[in-house]
Design a protein around this ligand. Structure first.
Ligand code: DUC
Ligand code: ZN
Ligand code: ZN
Length: 466
């Protein structure tokens, strides 16, 4: 079995920061020992990685991606191969993607289709959530089977009537089932019935530019849906995870519920922390690059999101990586913002943007690792394999250079999309060496990984409760 030692770095986990060497055998971490100690110096290895002056952090866990997802008459531009490769470049070594149940089909059909897309193609490890679009007696029964085979979370939509939308009764039934079988309901919390009325009225009045996407998807309708989802979960006796929280008032709903002791959790995404409606208003249809749902909000919301991440009212930062090229895909919505496919690229940028947030004073180093690695792993049943550096954990490790300057750009990124949402943004910090289950996949600007190295990860039920 191969032995690797990572020497001389500052090991940062959600729990602590220590100067330690890390010993890896095969695919797993087997020991940590203080740098310079007799124990560490006594280790022999086939490969020694010098991490002097660097951080040694767990590989990122991005719990919300959509590789090659069909949406709005087109398909997200990253395949499982290109998207997981880009993830690795950015220091993310596990993704949890969303398999989709189409209306009229079974969960099994959807899950099988997503396994077929991913299998043999991923550069890093992956798991699946299931999008539940058709709550029937049969799909409720199927939820139990999926939990048993490691698909332990189910996304539901209060938005997109006629596509993914579930009404309150269906949501309640799925939550009740989740309360019984351990499946965690993930909610897209926007009142889609009301939004569709506002979309129709905006278009009829000739308001067709991308910025109206942000205006019709009103903050109040995110807060209202978040509140309703919380109450439905309370009635069902189920925990709740709200995805892509963008509005300050939605954070307030989560905070109020949490003060009441309810097991409700919230995720936000880098686009809500770093971008705003100013981007949606960019001229010449450039605003389309920033169309996603929930939408970007006015800049003032960012402070509340950062505060939520510090106080713990928000627990996770995922990307909702769902890239559509500007050319030919976003352009489908010229003259009608409602036809712009919803989604932004970001799987490659998350770890660096959040490191920049450390430098900017929004969060601490350990909180960076907590919200980007440790908590998503626990929330979605991947602990202790993922999200930390400890004996027995998978050797998914990033040797991170906290001083490397970087200008984010589509000309240098590895995502299969023709623009960057952060074009020209300067950040400090970058993954230098990335290991996935003990194999070096990125080193000093060189790609050493391969499609098919990434393995499907069946997940336990939520480990963040209680
Ligand atoms: N919600 C998501 O989580 N991803 C893409 C589109 C959407 O509405
Ligand atoms: Zn969503
Ligand atoms: Zn999503």
């Amino acid at each position: 079995m191969s032995r690797t030692v990572i020497r001389g770095g500052l090991v940062i986990t959600a729990a602590e920061e220590v100067r330690a060497d890390v010993l890896i055998e095969g695919e797993q971490v087997v020991a940590l020992a203080t740098t310079g100690s007799a124990v560490a110096d006594g280790w022999t290895a086939d490969t020694v990685i010098d991490a002097t002056g660097h951080y040694v952090i767990p590989g990122g866990v991005d719990a919300h991606t959509h590789m090659q997802m069909p949406f709005g008459g087109t398909t997200a531009a990253d395949t499982f191969e290109t998207g997981t490769r880009a993830a690795a470049w950015g220091g993310t070594t596990t993704i949890v993607d969303f398999a989709i149940q189409s209306v009229g089909s079974s969960l099994r059909e959807g899950l099988d289709a997503w396994h077929a897309k991913a299998e043999g193609n991923c550069a890093v490890d992956y798991g699946f959530h299931m999008i539940l679009s058709d709550v029937t007696e049969n799909s409720l029964k199927e939820m139990d089977a999926l939990v048993g085979e490691g698909v332990t979370s189910f996304k539901m939509f209060m938005a997109y009537p006629g596509v993914f939308y579930s009404d309150d009764g269906r949501i309640l039934r799925a939550m009740q089932r989740g309360a019984a079988n351990g499946g965690l309901i993930m909610m897209h919390a926007e009142n889609g019935i009301a939004i569709d009325v506002l979309v129709e009225q905006a278009l009829a009045a000739g308001r067709t530019d991308p910025r109206y996407h942000g205006e019709v998807r009103r903050e109040l309708l995110e807060a209202e849906a978040t509140h309703r989802a919380i109450k439905l979960a309370q009635v069902a006796g189920a925990p709740l995870y709200v995805v892509h929280v963008s509005a300050a008032s939605a954070v307030a709903e989560l905070a109020t519920a949490r003060r009441q002791g309810l097991p409700v959790f919230g995720e936000t995404c880098p686009q809500y922390l770093f971008l705003s409606t100013d981007n949606l208003a960019e001229p010449d249809f450039e605003g389309a690059k920033y169309v996603c749902s929930t939408p970007l909000r006015p800049r003032e919301h960012q402070a509340e999101l950062w505060k939520g991440l510090r106080t713990g009212d928000l627990q996770v930062v995922s990307t909702d990586h769902c890239p559509f090229c500007f050319s030919g895909q976003k352009e489908l919505g010229r003259g009608d913002f409602s036809k712009i496919p919803n989604g932004l690229p970001g799987v490659e940028n998350r770890m660096d943007l959040l490191h920049q947030a450390v430098l900017d004073g929004h969060i601490t180093r350990r909180r960076w690792i907590d919200i980007a690695c440790a908590t998503p792993a626990r929330m979605f049943g991947l602990h202790p394999r993922k999200g930390t550096i400890a004996p027995g954990a998978d050797a998914d490790i990033v040797v991170y250079d906290p001083t490397a300057p970087q200008t984010i750009s589509a000309t240098t990124h590895h995502m299969n999309v023709d623009y960057s949402a952060y074009e020209g943004k300067q950040v400090t910090g970058r993954a230098r060496t990335v290991l996935s289950r003990g194999s070096v996949v990125v080193d000093a600007g060189a790609w050493l990984g391969r499609a098919g190295h990434g393995r499907y990860q069946p997940r336990a039920t939520c480990q963040y409760l209680g």
